[in-house]
Design a protein around this ligand. Structure first.
Ligand code: ATP
Length: 932
């Protein structure tokens, strides 16, 4: 195949383009595709590589907290050099070990989180429509080759550089190449000169079709496209931190500052007690190291990534981690109707033609249960012609021999009807032009040659088409459309709408020759009304339950549809969004607001309309909405500080998707533009999936609280020995390396297991969490420090003294730090904390549901975490390595009895607390307000 440049192909006439690129209007043959794939390679650009792994690993050693630890290690080694002994070098090595373990752990978590996000992205393979072997088919964009005939529709991203051979009302957004966001008209006419990017018959990879449709022949793929040449592939992976991650960074810095202060206090206490300068310094450093929550940020990131994976498994693809948490705070969902609440499988059920309601059943037509024969229905030929020809859906025969219809669901329903009733056998009328459908006009018109006449067919919303009609098709000839006739049609249209049908009016006219100029004002007037068509789109089965769940979860649901108010209300009733009767049990009326009303409202009035005055009052239903109305509603809700999730599929929905807190695009029916703008994609287009995603979003947040509570709780038994030591003559019950072993050894895996908890029963019974709610609320702190932490300290210190007394020690007696008894006693404290944390991990699985009700085996990761925790404890207690690194000593078995009893005591105390608070009706943290 000859290789042609943009400037060469743009000069050719459409018919020459095929020849020049060695292809045909029916597309390439399969053999040819294979050859060209070998020659030109895949149509893809190598993604720019991110930071190399090694430098990302290195970064783990240089962040703020790591630097703090380096300083601590440096001081320990310096102390050892100046003042040998007292295990300072060991401490230095231990801190270095901490830095390394931390870095590996953080790196692995970040890596895993990133891989999870990338895997999600690859779940949405980019597709393109092409003609090959005369068939229209969908292929992966990477499989395109030069010479392929592309079929382009509104909202699609253009997959390769193409010379347009057909363009109907086509405008493109070239801003990804030129930075100019004004829509540009496209046509198929040859052009001789200009800058390639400005040439109107070329469509470039990476740009999008804003309106209209067309066809084009690919002349450049992959790196040869203009986009490839610029090669600034923007990987849309969002790298910024989510608000929760930012909060965690703040929290870690705050806790680090507090630890630093505490370290300083301990240093001064040490000096005051007559310890040497360096010994006191080491105390201080130990306290800092022990309390800095190094692992928090990577664990939060991983929790968000796990959440996004879970959502993907439930068919909701989240593009940015930040959306996972925003979903959890959603207070209002603004949803489309078609496809989201309904199945998007429209079927033409009824016609209104010639003053008759005609039913379509199994390929036959009936009126009042009387079968209508084919010759009888022949008089409705103009209506059938309009249905078939004022239509951009396509029927293609698949290799399995069956025909399938693709395109806009409304038009697909019309074409399927035509196929079922054998209306597609007549030779097609040549199409001369089209005024495309748009959501504002709510109608479309096509122009055709038929037996020497130029005919215009129009179809659209009845209130958009009927005013343009002056005549009505009778059984044989058209007659004037009288006021009464018009009323009758409107009444029938309303009757259909009340039964949840989507209704279209169909009309035609003969256009005088010479009206080649296809503008709406000239063509769409003096039409002859042909009939109404009524299409049914059944609701998704899961939607009514999902809506009930939203009610319980305090999430409001507003339907925003372009359909007729009566259709909207009827569908709302079917799915449980509106009560069965016009007046609700509370005496309210279901407000159905039309786009035209919205235009007359001031912003204040709109906000008033959107504010619920009494609980139980139904939310308004918005019908006949154009995208700009949707945008106004979303903005007003956002002004009211609601957290808004909005669904959308078309190009025009992009602004609303962008403005919303969570823009949700349809994965099946959505355009590339909508998917690009949205922050979440519904792989199954189903409303119920949004509700599942909200549930997962809420679960992620509560899980993060769970492991933060778990990790913070063990700080108290770590600090109490030092307070006791500093403030009384008590021996020091826990050494610094032992503290590190808890924070960076035994605590790690159970904390991760908490991050992976499945959603707790009842997460959807609470109102949405306020966005301003802090992660570290007073509730979390009180539970972690003042309740769980204090009990843990009791267990650990109790174990320490029990062991000492059992060995004949008494209060005030000297205790040599190097003696076996001291080593054994500190090991008991260490073991006591670990035992308490085993119970604590169960306690933290919920802050209000009894552990006994949650079941012991519902999260196997918890059991694995405990197994790891106990293994570390045993290795550290009984192995020479443990003795060397942590200064531990082997313990007699009996001491584990009282420690285990203590652990059981903690769990029971927590159960009692949950029971009492449950009885008092107090809602735990989810409703807790302000934080610190
Ligand atoms: P939904 O909320 O159900 O998804 P929508 O907001 O997408 O609906 P539109 O597609 O904008 O609604 O359609 C609005 C109205 O325009 C429809 O009720 C119908 O009367 C008319 N209409 C829809 N599709 C077409 C079409 N292909 N040709 C002509 N008229 C159409």
């Amino acid at each position: 195949m000859p290789e042609l440049t943009a400037l060469e192909v743009c000069r050719l006439a459409p018919s020459q383009v095929y020849r020049a690129l060695a292809t045909t209007p029916q597309g390439l043959a399969s053999d040819d595709v294979r050859r060209r794939t070998l020659r030109y390679g895949p149509n893809s650009l190598q993604a720019l590589h991110g930071m190399p792994l090694i430098s990302r690993f290195a970064r783990q050693f240089t962040h703020f907290l790591a630097l703090l630890l380096w300083l601590a290690a440096g001081l320990a080694f310096l102390a050892d050099a100046l003042h040998s002994g007292e295990g300072m070098a060991t401490l230095g090595w231990a801190i270095l070990g901490v830095i390394l373990i931390n870095a590996i752990f953080a790196f692995l978590q970040e890596y895993k989180a990133e891989r999870a996000v990338q895997a999600l992205r690859s779940m949405l393979p980019a597709q393109a429509w092409v003609l090959r072997d005369g068939q229209q088919q969908q292929i992966a964009r990477s499989e395109l080759v030069p010479g392929d005939v592309l079929v382009l529709e509104e909202g699609e991203q253009i997959p390769a550089d193409a010379r347009l051979t057909e363009a109907v009302g086509m405008r493109v957004d070239n801003s990804s190449l030129t930075g100019e966001s004004k829509p540009q008209r496209r046509s198929a006419d040859p052009i001789t000169d200009g800058h390639p990017l400005d040439i109107a018959n070329l469509a470039f990879a990476g740009t999008t079709v804003l309106s209209g449709h067309g066809q084009g022949v690919v002349f450049a793929t992959g790196l040869n496209t203009e986009f490839g040449k610029i090669a600034h592939l923007t990987t849309t992976v969002h790298t910024g931190l989510s608000p929760l991650q930012q909060e965690i960074v703040k929290v870690t810095h705050l806790v680090a500052a507090l630890s630093f202060l505490m370290g300083l206090v301990f240093f001064i206490i040490g000096l005051g007690m007559g310890l040497s300068f360096w010994t006191s310094a080491i105390f201080g450093i130990g306290i800092i190291v022990a309390n800095v929550p190094e692992g928090l940020l990577p664990t939060v990131t991983l929790a968000l990534a796990i959440g996004s994976q879970r959502m993907a498994a439930r068919k909701a693809l989240v593009k940015h981690l930040a959306s996972v948490e925003t979903l959890g705070c959603t207070t209002v969902i603004c949803t489309d109707k078609t496809g989201t609440l309904t199945e998007n499988r429209m079927r033409l059920d009824r016609l209104y033609v010639d003053d008759l309601v005609v039913e379509s059943r199994e390929g036959c037509l009936f009126t009042r249960n009387r079968l209508i024969t084919a010759p009888e229905s022949e008089r409705w030929r103009p209506l059938f012609d309009a249905i078939v020809h004022c239509n951009n859906a396509k029927r293609t025969r698949h290799p399995d021999g069956r025909s399938r219809t693709t395109g806009d669901p409304t038009e697909t329903a019309l074409l399927d009807f035509a196929a079922d009733h054998g209306l597609l056998h007549r030779p097609p009328l040549r199409r001369m032009g089209e005024i495309p459908f748009d959501a504002d006009r709510k109608r479309m018109t096509t122009l055709h040659w038929s037996e020497g006449r130029l005919l215009a067919f129009t179809k659209g919303a009845p209130e958009s088409v009927l005013p343009l009609c002056t005549r009505q098709q009778g059984s044989s000839t058209p007659a004037e459309l009288t006021v009464d006739g018009r009323k009758k049609v409107l009444a029938q249209s309303q009757a259909f709408a009340q039964q949840a049908y989507r209704v279209l009016a169909v009309a035609m006219r003969e256009v005088e020759r010479g009206v080649e100029q296809l503008d709406a004002d000239t063509v769409e007037q003096g039409l002859t009304f042909l009939g109404l068509v009524a299409m049914m789109d059944p609701p998704h089965r899961e939607v009514p339950d999902a809506i009930k769940q939203c009610r319980r979860a305090g999430v409001r649901v507003m339907m925003i549809t372009g359909d007729h108010p009566l259709t909207a209300l009827a569908v709302a009733r079917k799915v449980g969004l509106a009560p069965e009767t016009t007046a609700t049990p509370l005496g309210h009326f279901v407000p159905v607001i039309e786009g035209a009303h919205i235009d007359t409202f001031s912003d204040d009035q709109l906000r008033q309309l959107l504010t619920p005055t009494t609980p139980g009052e139904p939310d308004p239903i918005f019908a006949r909405m154009a995208p700009r109305h949707k945008m106004r509603i979303v903005s007003a809700l956002k002004d009211m500080r609601e957290v808004v999730a909005v669904t959308g599929d078309g190009v025009n929905d992009a602004p609303a998707l962008k403005t919303a807190d969570i823009g949700i695009a349809m994965g099946i029916a959505g355009t590339d533009v909508a998917k690009e703008t949205a922050s979440m994609i519904l792989l199954d287009d189903n409303f119920a999936t949004i509700v599942h995603a909200i549930e997962e979003g809420r679960a992620v947040y509560t899980n993060i609280r769970k492991f933060v509570t778990y990790v913070l709780a063990s700080n108290i038994p770590e600090i109490v020995p030092y307070l006791g030591f500093g403030l009384s003559s008590m021996p020091l019950a826990l050494t610094i390396p032992q503290i590190l072993a808890v924070d960076l050894g035994t605590d790690m895996v159970p904390a991760l297991a908490l991050a992976a908890e499945p959603p707790e029963g009842g997460v959807m019974d609470d109102p949405p969490r306020p966005r301003t709610e802090r992660l570290l609320s007073w509730d979390v702190l009180l539970r972690a420090y003042a309740f769980l932490g204090l009990i843990e300290a009791g267990i650990a210190m109790g174990g320490f003294f029990l062991y000492l007394y059992s060995q004949g020690w008494s209060w005030g007696a000297p205790l040599d730090w190097a003696s076996p008894l001291y080593k054994e006693a500190t090991t008991v404290t260490f073991a006591g904390i670990v035992a308490a944390q085993v119970a604590n991990v169960f306690a933290c699985r919920s802050d209000r549901i009894s552990t006994f009700r949650l079941g012991w085996f519902s999260n196997p990761l918890i059991l694995a975490g405990i197994a790891v925790e106990l293994t570390i404890l045993l290795v550290m207690t009984y192995s020479p390595v443990g003795h060397l690194v942590l200064g531990t000593a082997s313990l007699p078995a009996w001491i584990f009895g009282p420690l285990a009893l203590g652990a059981v005591g903690l769990l029971l105390a927590d159960e009692l607390q949950k029971f009492v608070r449950g009885r008092m009706g107090a809602r735990l943290p989810l409703q807790a307000g302000g934080g610190i």
